[in-house]
Write a protein that binds this ligand. Structure first.
Ligand SMILES: *Cc1c(COP(=O)(O)O)cnc(C)c1O
Length: 431
């Protein structure tokens, strides 16, 4: 006699958890994660989508690769530093360093003497070596934290002189002026939205001035009738000059002539430079502070510095980014357009063999919210029917492309050439 209700044969949770494969998965992923996959599989069987006999396999299939919900994603948007996709992808060297540092490690310990050592000395030395113009360096959680620390340590109950053209919102509703004012420092706004002169700054300086802050507009352009003094023009005002360069370029890059870099800005006379570690530097999320010895010492010793400090994983990744081979962001920035075109043509041809409506097109990549607004980088993309955009995002691994004029473009400047074949497979599975 056939079973009147096959759903009765769906194995129970405890039975499933005790099976060797699923028990092993709990050692790696934890009980809750495995239970969630089991519940998904049981639900599918109850809905009649799968047979009760397939529940074990379905539960195993539903297991995530890691115990975190963060999934690796192919960034085929052509946006090099994509905020929503986690900004800079780490280099293999940085990943290896993170892995090595993730257990107990000598981040703050001198193995030779057996006593305490300066925390993160390797990363700090690497940063100092990368920018010899900096007398001293310090690293905090992100660039926002670097600015916060400057305000707390250099302008307590004092004024920060800043141009009206540089009162910027960095994203997700966060505004630098609000961040600075939250410390109790007062903003002394000078100039206008489009034009500010060195004279405007000089006139605002007085006994209440903590420092002058110059912020690089990293996510917008002011064009037309505009004026803004150079860093050099703002030196010699008798108060510290802090310059937020944003993107974290340490030295000039030929493809980004208007993007400020730490070395040049320090040489031009800035006392402190702040920058992000996970934009054009291509490293982990971090806030870099570089500059004058006495000022950096004040920042480092301020009580709030402890609340803003970075963890050992960040220090390891930052050091390896600075000392190791070019990180992915730099490789993407330096990619040769002809090579990108050849890759796009090869991928499109392979996809056409599988009856996918694919062809190679030229494309324009960009740095993104992380810097160089208005700069486009010549690139190449695989053009697919628009319906691929959603299907690729739902795939495993997910691929995020860009929809332009009714086509889904996969820009190859932000895809490592070594992963072209995996990208190809991901597209084929959507066909
Ligand atoms: C991105 C950016 C920030 C914020 O940096 P985080 O590292 O995201 O905190 C601040 N200032 C400028 C000019 C930026 O471009």
């Amino acid at each position: 006699m056939t079973d009147p209700d096959p759903r009765r044969r769906i194995p129970g949770t405890d039975t499933l958890l005790a099976l060797p494969q699923l028990a092993k998965a709990q050692d790696v992923l934890g009980r809750d994660v495995v239970k969630a996959s089991i519940a998904t599989a049981q639900q599918r069987a109850r809905a009649g989508e799968i047979s009760p006999d397939d529940v074990v396999d379905a539960a195993l299939d539903a297991l995530p690769a890691t115990a975190s919900q963060c999934r690796p994603v192919f960034n085929a948007t052509g946006v090099l530093v994509h905020t929503n996709l986690g900004r800079a992808p780490l280099s293999t060297a940085a990943l290896d360093a993170v892995q090595a540092a993730s257990g107990t490690t000598d981040v703050e310990f001198d193995l030779a003497t057996g006593s305490r050592a300066r925390r993160g000395r390797g990363a700090l030395a690497a940063l100092a070596a990368a920018v010899p113009d900096a007398e001293a360096v310090h690293v905090v959680n992100n660039n926002a934290a670097a600015l916060l620390l400057c305000a707390l340590a250099l302008a307590p109950s004092k004024e920060i002189v800043i141009s009206r053209g540089e009162l910027i919102e960095i994203g997700d509703g966060f505004r630098i002026p609000d961040l600075l004012a939250s410390t109790g420092a007062r903003l002394r706004e000078v100039g206008t939205t489009n034009r500010t002169t060195a004279r405007d700054y000089a006139d605002a300086i007085g006994p209440d001035t903590g420092f002058v802050l110059k912020i690089h507009p990293s996510n917008y352009l002011v064009t037309g009738f505009t004026a803004t003094p150079s860093v050099r023009e703002l030196t010699g005002l008798g108060v510290p000059l802090v310059v937020d360069i944003g993107s974290g370029l340490l030295t000039p890059h030929p493809a980004l002539p208007d993007e400020p870099d730490a070395a040049s800005v320090l040489r031009d006379g800035a006392d402190v430079v702040t920058a992000s570690g996970d934009k054009l530097l291509g490293g982990p999320q971090a806030g870099l502070l570089l500059g004058n010895d006495a000022l950096v010492a004040r920042l480092r010793r301020h009580p709030s510095a402890r609340a803003l400090r970075v963890d050992k994983l960040t220090l390891a990744a930052l050091e390896a980014t600075l000392r190791g081979p070019e990180p992915p962001v730099t490789r993407a920035l330096n990619a040769d357009p002809a090579t990108l075109t050849a890759r796009a043509e090869r991928l499109a041809a392979r996809l056409r063999e599988h009856d996918v409506d694919a062809h190679a097109v030229t494309s324009e990549a960009m740095v993104g919210g992380g810097g160089a607004p208005g700069v486009t980088l010549p690139s190449a993309a695989v053009s697919l029917p628009e319906s691929y955009a959603a299907a690729l995002r739902a795939g495993d691994p997910p691929v995020v492309g860009r929809v332009e004029r009714g086509r889904c473009l996969l820009d190859l400047r932000t895809i490592d050439a070594e992963t072209d074949d995996r990208l190809l497979e991901a597209v084929r599975r959507c066909g």
